[in-house]
Design a protein around this ligand. Structure first.
Ligand code: ADP
Length: 478
């Protein structure tokens, strides 16, 4: 079976979040299972800088966006990942925008990319059995395959994965002519959405099947609370909507082999290992007093529950904790953390930025990982944290609900602490519950061990994707 994964980011090439992990691991995992998988992504500046050995395929395509034509040379890496070049769109510092906002030409950039993928697979003779596109950036791909590129893809099924329904690729009506699609599609049953063009909706409506990245989130998005206005559209497609939990790449995230942390440890010797990693992290943070160390790693966006965390932060520190936050995102949140960090220098450190190596050290050195997400399609951080013996204190939503078991003190069972109400108070109370168990070292150790022993490896997710691809292919033939 031949599969093309179209994604706007993928590890190890370029990453802003979980989408990159999924796309990268999927490529690797499918290939390992004997599937002829290829990845297509834009040739960003970061890819060019970090992978100077990309091979020019010798193929150049011409892609129209509106009435402009762009030339795109196609590059490859190991003949499995392909990159569409277009410097006016992708030779930039960031992938989608800076902290002051999205790039203004994101519609053009991803119309270009969606068309480029479809033309590139033809030009390179790589037309797949299944075209797997991801999130709004590639939402137009299945629609193009049913419209302007129809005759080339009659034997290709499409899977569209929603990694985050909160980002829909909404653009003004003026973008319609740039898409090259019929104006007829600009209606509520089409890709119109409250007066805007919605790229994600295009993917939902026109692909053979849709999936999202945890079973619980696949149910949640059918409700108005989590549906971001698309719950009605999704309910219409509920028979074709699936949930497949993301996995973790344990070759990258494994405390027993991780050479970025101060000391390696496994399930048998985590006490010493974690203690040393914690001391190391405390030193790096400049914290003099040892207290329960709470870590938070992630995009600083409203999705991640930063508002309730900020409201609870001072009381969390006064409860006797040290806090380390690694992240970047909305300017207002960055400033708020900077302000608190100045005020509570002894117990709070804010690292503004994206830093893979530091993330490893925070996962290893923290006692608790905070994840008060408003919503969380899957969430990788809680799974990574558990592997590193770091106990999640998290909101019971999306994939967190599928992966973290709330601690039951009577049965002494569970892998973390969960709260439901989206309030600073609920977060605080949940953390207090965790700190009570932390104060009992034997119980805490058992809790840590339970989390470390959980298996969230990619293997079972990959099997599920393969089964889904097969069923789509059968559907197309039948
Ligand atoms: P999302 O995809 O919503 O950003 P996930 O939990 O699915 O959230 O994935 C986030 C991934 O990105 C994790 O691997 C996490 O460790 C990593 N990450 C997020 N922010 C940072 C950061 N500032 N520095 C390093 N790694 C980060």
């Amino acid at each position: 079976m031949r599969v093309v994964i179209a994604s706007s980011e993928a590890v190890p090439f370029a990453k802003t979040g979980g989408l990159a992990d999924v796309a990268g691991y999927l490529l690797e995992g499918l290939t390992r299972k004997g599937i002829k998988a290829r990845l297509f992504m834009p040739l960003y500046k970061a890819v060019r800088d970090n992978f100077p050995d990309l091979k020019y395929t010798g193929v150049e395509i011409k892609v129209t966006v509106g009435n402009k034509m762009y030339s795109s040379r196609l590059f490859s890496y190991n003949d499995s990942a392909f990159f569409t070049e277009c410097d006016v769109f992708f030779e930039r510092q960031e992938l989608y925008g800076s902290s002051s906002g999205d790039y203004r030409d994101n519609a053009e950039r991803f119309i270009f990319f969606s068309k480029a993928v479809l033309q590139a697979v033809q030009a390179l003779n790589l037309i797949p059995d299944v075209m797997h596109s991801n999130d709004w950036q590639t939402g137009l791909i299945p629609l193009y395959m049913r419209s302007i590129y129809k005759k080339h893809f009659s034997k290709t099924a499409t899977l569209f994965t929603i990694h985050n329904l909160g980002y829909q690729g909404l653009f003004p009506y003026s973008v319609m002519p740039l898409t090259g699609l019929s104006n007829e599609l600009f209606k509520p049953e089409g890709i119109e959405f409250y007066g805007s063009v919605n790229f994600l909706k295009a993917g939902i409506l026109s692909s053979t099947a849709i999936n999202t990245v945890s079973e619980n989130y696949a149910q949640e998005i059918l409700t108005s609370e989590y549906g971001f206005g698309l719950d009605g559209v999704l309910r219409k497609r509920r028979d074709d909507l699936f949930g497949i939990l993301n996995g973790i790449d344990y070759s990258q995230w494994n405390p027993s082999k991780d050479n970025l942390i101060a000391k390696n440890y496994g399930t048998k010797d985590f006490s010493e290992g974690k203690a040393l990693c914690k001391r190391h992290l405390l030193k790096q943070c400049g914290f003099k007093v040892e207290r329960p160390l709470l870590g938070m790693i992630g995009r600083l966006s409203a999705q991640k529950g930063i508002d309730i965390f900020l409201s609870a932060l001072e009381e969390i520190i006064f409860a006797g904790t040290n806090v380390v936050v690694l992240g970047k995102g909305d300017e207002a949140f960055e400033k708020a953390f900077e302000g608190f960090a100045r005020k509570h220098r002894k117990n709070l450190l804010f690292w503004r930025g994206y830093d893979e190596a530091l993330a490893h050290r925070v996962y290893a050195g923290s006692d608790v990982l905070l994840m008060p997400s408003r919503y969380e399609p899957c969430g990788l951080s809680q799974m990574i944290a558990m592997k590193y013996g770091t106990v999640p204190v998290a909101r019971k939503t999306g994939g967190i609900k599928d992966t973290v078991e709330d601690y039951n003190p009577l049965k002494r069972k569970g892998t973390g602490f969960l709260f439901s109400d989206y309030t600073p108070n609920a977060l605080r109370e949940c953390l207090i519950r965790a700190l009570c168990v932390y104060a009992e070292p034997l119980r805490w150790k058992r809790l840590i061990l339970g989390g470390m022993k959980k298996d969230f490896s990619w293997d079972s997710s990959i099997q599920k994707y393969i089964a889904l691809y097969e069923s789509l292919r059968r559907r197309l033939k039948g």
